[in-house]
Design a protein around this ligand. Structure first.
Ligand SMILES: *Cc1c(COP(=O)(O)O)cnc(C)c1O
Length: 356
């Protein structure tokens, strides 16, 4: 049976990416060595690494102001690493609290300076993106979570502010073109929309570094990884390789404009069914609906287990909502084909005809 993988992360990647990656595990480009056993200082890995970085630059349109790094520790480590590097002891950073991941970022940054939560949708169960807030004039940056993976909301427009944006883009990086000029730092765990778990993409504007006086541990200093080109210690060779193969796929399939067009079309098909179907309803503010993580519920929640079971029997796996919110969540990242979204919609329609 063909499976349709709606898991939130680690998550779907294109089949051709699995195949190419698998070939590299067996024999990397005819070298006779597996990508799992080459040195991170070998010519082969240096090429992989250079290609991964140049694909990130090309796809996002980054110029030389930005450094591209592949680090470890997940997006969760960036919650403190970003503040450690960019928030002065006596400084303030503005944070937009739009979901659980934002709240975690707030907590970690608060260890290093003053955190001003300029707006929060927590009271509303994070069902919308807060809007219409002002940020303190002298803040070092504004931190936003571009897509709230758990709740299914997304910033469709980045705020117009005079300070650099720091963005956790873990679950929607490369889902659309962005205006990179607005950003001082972008970070994303690879396992949602970039590749397998094990590396974190960090894009940092170099002129923002070196402005805090605190003693930053060597491994947590972005400058270390810039100076040593992400090879101060052993980088996550395999996740970087698989990510590079996936970025190549993205480029070959038209880059971010084309991905955005496909992503919007997939999301529309699913949201249209959620709105049409008499048994289901959406949970987030319509204008903030995510095109990556689509959340919805059954009006009669007692039927939820039956729907999950029916979906699984039809090959639609991973649609259970996050354990903290329940309901359903269909993650429809870049690699998700429209046909898989249509397969889920067919299950929603079948459920309506048997239970409606
Ligand atoms: C998954 C996720 C994280 C956590 O990522 P890890 O790599 O597991 O630390 C952080 N932020 C967002 C928006 C996420 O979706």
């Amino acid at each position: 049976m063909q499976l349709h993988n709606f898991n939130a992360g680690p998550s779907i990647l294109p089949k051709s990416v699995f195949e190419e990656t698998a070939r590299g595990v067996l024999d990397l480009n005819g070298t006779g060595l597996s990508v799992l056993e080459i040195s991170h200082r070998s010519k082969e890995f240096k090429e992989i690494y250079a290609q991964a970085k140049s694909l990130v630059r090309e796809l996002l349109g980054l110029d030389d102001r930005f450094a591209v790094l592949f680090l470890t520790g997940g997006a969760s480590s960036q919650f403190y690493m970003s503040a450690l590097n960019l928030l002065p002891d006596d400084g303030t950073a503005a944070y937009l609290d739009s979901g659980s991941w934002s709240a975690k970022a707030v907590k970690e940054a608060g260890r290093y300076g003053t955190v001003d939560v300029v707006a929060s949708s927590k009271e509303d169960g994070y069902k919308h993106i807060p809007k219409g807030y002002a940020i303190p004039e002298s803040c070092a940056y504004l931190h936003v979570t571009s897509n709230n993976t758990i709740f299914g909301t997304q910033l469709h427009d980045f705020p117009e502010v005079s300070v650099p944006l720091v963005a956790d883009m873990s679950s929607d990086i490369m889902c659309r073109p962005i205006d990179v000029d607005k950003f001082g730092l972008i970070y994303a765990g690879a396992q949602k929309n970039l590749g397998p778990a094990g590396t974190t993409l960090v894009i940092v504007r170099k002129d923002l570094l070196g402005k805090v006086s605190r003693d930053i541990p060597t491994m947590l200093d972005y400058q270390t990884h810039i100076d040593k080109d992400s090879a101060f210690n052993t980088p996550p060779v395999f996740p970087i390789y698989a990510t590079m193969v996936n970025l190549k796929w993205l480029k070959e399939n038209g880059g971010l404009e084309a991905a955005y067009t496909r992503n919007k079309a997939k999301a529309e098909v699913l949201y249209n069914e959620i709105d049409r179907n008499t048994l289901f309803e959406g949970v987030t503010a319509t204008e903030d609906r995510s095109i990556m993580n689509v959340t919805f519920v059954l009006k009669n929640e007692e039927r939820s287990a039956a729907f999950v079971q029916q979906c699984e029997e039809a090959g639609c796996v991973g649609i259970k909502g996050h354990r903290s919110v329940g309901g359903f969540r269909a993650s429809i990242y870049n690699a998700m084909p429209l046909a898989s979204v249509e397969a889920l919609v067919a299950q929603m329609q079948a459920f309506e005809s048997t239970h409606g």
